[in-house]
Design a protein around this ligand. Sequence first.
Ligand code: CP
Ligand code: NVA
Length: 308
Amino acid sequence: MKHFLDIHKTEADSLRDIIGQAHEMKNARGGKPRGAPDDEQPLSGRMVALIFEKPSTRTRASFDVGVRQMGGATMLLTGAEMQLGHGETIADTARVMSRYVDMIMIRTFEESVLLEMAEHSDVPVINGLTNRSHPCQIMADMMTYEEHRGSIAGRKVVWSGDGNNVCASYLHAASQFGFDLTFTGPSQLDPDENVVGAARRSGANIVIERDPEKAVRGADLIVTDTWLSMHDSMSTREGRHNLLRPYQVNKHLMSFANPDALFMHCLPAHRGEEATSDIMDGPHSVIFDEAENRLHCQKAIMRWCMGL
Ligand code: CP
Ligand code: NVA
């Protein structure tokens, strides 16, 4: 029984195996309709709880479809409707849910909720995003890069914008996948210095460059994300926008990257803010492949967790 809690908490070999299996399972489906079952049914007879304490389109839909394609059933629960939102402890919730389901995916606010759930659960727990990280997203991004350009090892990845939860998972991934990571953004919105320090200690080449044009020179992949995450207060919106405007990914900024650089965004995007529509819909962009690959990677993550 294995939890999937974070990129840096999972062995690099396991990450590779998961992505390898995701490619295989994607290819094996060929042109089947989305609702058609896979030839293999590893989750047959299994029940997976999908717990959401924050909104979601991709994570919710892709986990639900993925479980069903593999022969399993899903139970969707939202935090507000659970006793969890009304004072029941996370530990008790984890113990109870372990008696009903075979696996739990949770999207929540504080990382401590995820960790406590995993500590007290008898079944695998998967991190579907917390305020601090989003590992399933980065697995899909790594798979997407490989599909388009081959191995990401030794490549230059630039994160432009807010040093948020998705950025933290990129920092976790740098040494695991062997890419160089440059963060460009305002110092007020730097990624957590502990995460940067840990990434550097694990052998990753992490650069912080305030000038976005300098940062993206020679980039093979440019990634950005919303300027206001779900856990950020709306009252910070204007200040964040003022700080982040110079880091918008647009045609001018992209012109400093390598000509065949890719553009990624986990979505949902605010077009015209962190990235312009001509970039999101342009030749560098692979954003909808990323979204699709959430499905394939998460199917492989669930199989890995269950040892199936
Ligand atoms: N990228 C992502 O996790 O999207 P959702 O918030 O729609 O799940
Ligand atoms: N940083 C964003 C990612 C959404 C998938 C958020 O946490 O809202």
